[in-house]
Write a protein of this length. Structure first.
Length: 286
């Protein structure tokens, strides 16, 4: 009885919530579960992917994206383009032109890499980070993260509406859900499993697994030095990078493949340019 009273009080407190922003409806099938209450809310992979797709579309519209001839886009396509269909996912990838050191993958298979990360990591190290983020999707961590964000935002409107579309989401709420996907703080176990996934990804595809230690070492050094302000959400929402680097090293040693990784300067592909040949017009005197 006490629990029900608290729940009712919370719901009544939300009745004044304004829904003046544009409504984004994800369909009764994906959102009808809200009617079952907070405790019973379910979220399938398909529903998480649907909501993630909309949230990523909003983020894409608000960021500068490297075009197909941009050196960053050319480089990412070169090293990651072959993995558009992997692990039962259809992956789409883009570069956000930002100095922030970050990358994320969402439940719908969207992979977004910040140009700032590409500036400090070589191709192998970059694949480690991308592999880690994809690991969160494969392990359903991304689904759980967007579910939590959805519960927090959508249930406000659910309490204020009596219609069968009680979980329609405002544009403002969608933005908050999008931000929450990037800021997601996974459990220590989830992060460890995603690290293992990244190592296995490198090993299975024939890359140097020692790049795993190197990638985490770079993040650790940046977090300690003058560049700490350069980092944003990725390091602050993840476990200690030093420890993760050490774990990767221990596994490589155990497998008898450890060798100090030599960081290579990122190779930036320059867009092709075409030059027009000009012909000199000559005149002859009569």
């Amino acid at each position: 009885m006490k629990r029900e009273s608290v729940f009712l009080a919370v719901m009544l407190g939300f009745l004044g919530f304004s829904t003046a922003n544009a409504q984004i409806n994800f369909g009764d099938k994906a959102l009808g579960a809200v009617q079952k209450g907070i405790a019973g809310l379910t979220f399938s992979d398909a529903e998480a992917a649907q909501l993630s797709k909309e949230a990523v579309a909003k983020m894409d519209a608000e960021h500068v994206i490297a075009g197909p001839t941009n050196p960053y886009a050319i480089r990412l396509n070169k090293i990651f383009g072959k993995y558009t269909n992997a692990y039962g996912l259809t992956l789409n990838y883009k570069v956000y032109v930002l100095k922030e050191v970050n990358a994320f993958a969402t439940a719908d298979g969207s992979v977004r890499v910040y140009s700032g990360l590409m500036d400090v990591m070589d191709d192998n190290e970059l694949l480690v980070v991308i592999g880690h983020e994809i690991g969160h999707v494969v392990n359903h961590d991304s689904r759980d993260a967007i579910k939590a964000a959805y519960q927090k935002e959508a249930l406000i409107d659910a309490a204020a509406s009596q219609s069968n579309k009680i979980a329609a989401i405002t544009d403002s709420q969608l933005g908050k859900i999008a931000s929450a996907m990037i800021d997601s703080k996974h459990s220590r176990k989830q992060e460890s499993e995603a690290d293992t996934f990244a190592y296995d990804f490198m090993k299975t595809n024939g890359y140097d697994v020692n790049a795993v230690e190197s990638a985490f070492t770079i993040l650790a050094k940046m977090g300690e030095g003058a560049q700490s302000d350069f980092l944003t959400k990725m390091i602050s929402s993840h476990p200690d990078s030093k420890e993760r680097a050490e774990n990767a090293k221990k596994r490589a040693e155990k497998e008898g493949v450890y060798k100090a990784y030599v960081h290579k300067m990122p190779v930036v592909a320059k867009p092709k340019t075409t030059t027009k040949k000009t012909t000199k017009k000559t005149t002859t005197k009569k």
